[in-house]
Write a protein that binds this ligand. Structure first.
Ligand SMILES: [Zn+2]
Length: 76
């Protein structure tokens, strides 16, 4: 079975040690299988609709990745 994935290549920036923030979007929500909601039958022909609590009904998730850079000081 195929699936979508992303690969992040980590490389130190040339002129700064400021933190980097990456955002990768477009992942189908695995909790609701990209539906955003589902119906539950609570009685005969009575349905209650639930919004996915993970993606809040948006159907997709995004990753926020923060990378901090520090000198690699080794103990003597
Ligand atoms: Zn969801």
């Amino acid at each position: 079975m195929s699936r979508k994935s992303s690969i992040v290549t980590v490389e130190p920036p040339a002129y700064t040690t400021d933190a980097e923030k990456l955002e990768i979007a477009g992942f189908e929500c695995p909790y609701c299988c990209g539906q955003g909601k589902w119906s539950e039958e609570v009685g005969r022909n009575v349905y209650v609709e639930h919004t996915c609590r993970v993606c809040k009904g948006v159907k997709e998730l995004k990753a926020i990745i923060t990378i901090g850079w520090l000198p690699n000081i080794k103990p003597e």
